[in-house]
Every structure is written in C-alpha cells, then in structure tokens.
Design a protein around this ligand. Structure first.
Ligand code: GLU
Length: 475
C-alpha cells in the first residue's frame, strides 16, 4: 500500500544526545517544507529512549534550535520515554499474533554462534533457534534466562521501496535476521519505537538522513507485520564540510545556535540549508514562503552537499541588508548588553542603517556599534593614531569644526548641513577632506575608517559628537 491518498504528515525525530546540528536542522527543514508545501502536518518527536545518552539539555537545545530557525511544528514534542505503555501493548499484540516471539538464547550461546559463522566466512546473524515454525518443537524455556523479544522477519522475498531521494532500493529478506524489538529488561529497541510511532502518528513521508537507510527494510517489515500503511521514504544524502570531509565538530559549527552566536540570521541559515541538497532552478535567494511553495522531493540532489561558509556569509549579508533596522537594533542591543555595553543613549537604528549594507555578520555589526559606546581612548592604537594624524593644522580645523557645530541649531543636525559645515572649515583652512575627516574619525571612534563622515555625525548625535571632539582636542 502506498500513502498517496492520506493527508501528508511528516516528522522530525531527533535523538537528544547532542545539539541540533546543521545536518539535523536540514532534515527538519525538508520535513517541515514538505508538510507546508502539501498543506500537511509536521510533527516533532524526541527519540529519547537511549537513557544513557539523552539529556534534558539536549532536548532544550533542539527546541531552542527549532524555535530560532522558525520551524514550527503542528504536533509534539512527543517523547518516546512517555510512550512505554504503548510499546508494551504492541509487543504483547505481536506476541499474541505470532509476529514476534521470545528468545532465550544466552549471551555465550550467541557469541559461540557468531564465532562459528565468522569462521565459516558468513555474516554473523541470529539463526532463529527460538523462532516458532510449523512442525518445529522448541526446547523448554530455561527458567534462569529472561527472554528478549524478536521480530519474526519474513524469510523469503525482498523488501523494496522507491526512495524519493535515492530511487528504488531492494534488500533480500535473507539478509535480515529476526532482530530484537524488546530487550531482556523489557525495554523496546530503537527500530521498534520508530515504527510504532510512525504508525501511531500517521506519518506518510519519512524524510531523514541516509545513515538510516539500513534501518528501513526492518522498519518496513515491522510495519507490514502490524498491518500498517507503509510511508514513503526519502533518505537525504549527507552534508560534507568545506574541506569535503564528513561534516563534524572539526568544522566548528556544532549547534545551530552557534550560528546565532556567530551572527547569522535565521532566515539566512534557512535559505542556505534549503540549497544544501535541494534546488529550484538557479534560484539562490528565496523566502520561506517561496521555499514552501516550491519544495518537492523530486528536486533533491542525489550527491552529497558540500558546506560552503562563503556562500552562507554572502546570503547572510543579503538578509542583513534587507532586514528591518529595528530588528537589527534589537539584536545588536542584546549582543552588546551581553558584553556589558549599554546602547540606551544611541540612535541605534540610524547608526545601524550606516552599516547594514556592508556587513555579513551581526557580530561585526555589533563591533561597529560598540565603538560608539566606548571611549575611543581605550583603543590600543589611539595614542599612535593621534600622534600620526593630529598635527597643528588638523587640530585647528577640528577646533573650528567644533565651534561651527556648537553653533548649529538643533533642528539642523542633519547630514547635509553637517557636510556643508565641514566643507566650510576645509575651505577656510585650505585642507583636503581626508586631512579633517581622518582626525575627526579618530576623535569620534578611535579609527581611521568609518562610513561617510557626515552620516556618522548625523546619526551619532550632537552631544556625543561635541563631547568626543572636545575630549580629543585636549589630548
Ligand atoms: N532519532 C534518529 C536520529 O536522530 C532519527 C530517526 C528517524 O528519523 O527515523 O538520527
């Protein structure tokens, strides 16, 4: 049976054993976009049955990452650890129906079996010694061995599916043994929980990393044994690092929240991730809405996608350039507050407008704005810059400018008027623009390069400019 007729339901099913990393975020994004495209539903499921490796911090990191990226889910988060009674119920049903059975093989016996198989050059696998068969007599269960529960995998035929990313995949059932669905202590195993969840949650499309391809035939057989409709599967090829190696911690960005730290906008990251393994013609820049309109699994790229920080920066610059100054101001205020720098006195939005077209990270934007909040004399090279650029002519011109600006009525503190005042001073002192503009930049911000000086003066504001100018003239 296929799932064409059912309303689309996808899920993102992370194991909370670490952060939400880029690969996981891309899986979540594709599942989300596919559901949104079809007007379907997107479910978040936390696969936390591995108690030893799952942590509440990792759960929180996943939720935070999803929220930051704006990947909203319609149902969940569901936690597998809260569904144990349901798993038990399904196991009991399978035992009753004969699609699962108790296996009392001891660990030493299994080891000996594997040893013998290896010696014969065979792949180690369970030999079905406790599998009930017509006409087969099973030994009496030993009292001292708590049994595991095994799935009665079909012995003949193949299990096949048309993978929406990889094409047709076929595995012979002879390759699969009767795998364990519940351990001796009663806890259900990973493949089993995934199947019960996908069934109960009516998942129609399983979109996940291709590290799960090997689990899929087992999961399909289990679903079939439960009489379930088999979802469609799309196994996404992996993401490689900038250097072509498998994406790992070595590539720095472990958690998507690290991208927040590093000054990326979520829209830029979403846009970037969408192009990692998916395309829509030559379109590189598109909105979430366009992504949802366009997204289809036919456009997945079969080969591994390579991470490219330069391209991400390029996209980020685009999104910063087009962001609302108020949103950038809020971000900047937060970043600087975290560094103990207050921005209350600044016309933050006007200042940000000077930089937003020329920056690719919110962190560097914050660095620029920090200069307006800190005493320029704190800059390590301030004294050297003063020594180099504050000659007598420059000082005289700065003093004249200070007087001209002091005399400027409040209502005229605007770029054009300020520019005119500068030009008047230049003319009167027989100087060229850089001979005044550079000392002025040093006086105001402790550096020789800034956006257009009249715009800087206008946005920085009268009080700050005059105070810093006066202080510099006393050097
Ligand atoms: N919990 C699995 C993981 O984090 C995903 C399982 C699935 O998508 O089927 O890799």
């Amino acid at each position: 049976m296929t799932s064409h007729s059912r309303p689309v339901r996808t899920r993102f099913a992370p194991s909370p054993t670490g952060f939400l990393h880029i690969g996981g975020a891309r899986t979540a994004l594709f599942s989300w976009a596919f559901a949104r495209h079809h007007g379907g539903q997107f479910v978040l499921r936390i696969e936390d049955t591995d108690l030893a490796r799952s942590t509440p911090q990792a759960v929180q990191a996943i939720l935070d990452g999803m929220q930051w990226l704006g990947l909203d889910y319609d149902e969940g988060p569901f936690y597998q650890t809260k569904r144990m009674a349901r798993y038990r119920e399904v196991i009991d049903r399978m035992l009753a129906e004969g699609t699962a059975y108790r296996c009392y093989t001891r660990a030493e016996e299994l080891e000996a079996l594997r040893e013998a198989q290896r010696a014969r050059g065979e792949k180690p696998r369970y030999d079905g010694r406790w599998r009930p068969e017509a006409g087969k007599t099973l030994p009496a269960p030993p009292a001292d061995v708590p049994p595991v529960i095994r799935f009665r995998n079909p012995v003949d035929g193949t299990v096949a599916w048309d993978d929406l990313a990889k094409g047709r995949i076929e595995i012979s059932n002879a390759e699969l043994d009767d795998f364990i669905i519940a351990r001796a202590d009663g806890t259900p195993t990973y493949n089993f929980c995934v199947v019960v969840d996908d069934l109960d949650m009516n998942i129609t499309h399983v979109i996940r990393g291709d590290d799960h391809v090997n689990n899929t035939p087992r999961q399909i057989n289990l679903l079939a044994a439960l009489g379930a409709e088999i979802p469609q599967y799309a196994h996404l090829s992996m993401i490689l690092g900038d250097d072509g190696a498998k994406l790992s911690k070595r590539h720095g960005a472990v958690s998507v929240m690290q991208y927040h730290e590093d000054g990326y906008l979520p829209d830029a990251v979403i846009n970037y991730l969408a192009r990692l393994g998916w395309s829509h013609g030559d379109d590189e820049i598109f909105s979430r809405q366009q992504l949802c309109e366009w997204f289809s699994l036919e456009r997945l790229t079969p080969s591994a996608a390579q991470f490219n920080t330069e391209k991400l920066d390029w996209l980020n610059a685009h999104y910063i350039k087009h962001a609302a100054a108020a949103a950038l101001a809020a971000d900047c205020r937060e970043r600087l507050a975290a560094r103990g720098i207050a921005t209350d006195a600044l016309a933050l939005e006007s200042l940000i407008a000077l930089y937003q077209e020329r920056t690719s990270r919110l962190t560097t934007l914050a660095d620029e704005i920090a200069a307006y909040c800190q005493d320029p004399r704190q800059n390590a090279d301030y004294a050297a810059l003063v020594a180099e650029h504050f000659n007598a002519a420059a000082r005289a011109a700065l003093a004249a400018l200070r007087d001209a600006l002091t005399a400027l009525p409040d209502g005229e503190w605007q770029a054009e008027t300020l520019s005119a005042a500068i030009k008047t001073v230049l003319k009167a002192h027989g100087l060229k623009m850089p001979q005044l503009a550079i000392p002025l930049r040093i006086a105001l911000l402790g550096k020789t390069h800034t956006p257009s000086i009249d715009a800087v003066l206008a946005a920085f504001g009268r009080n700050a400019v005059l105070t810093r100018l006066q202080t510099a003239l006393q050097e």
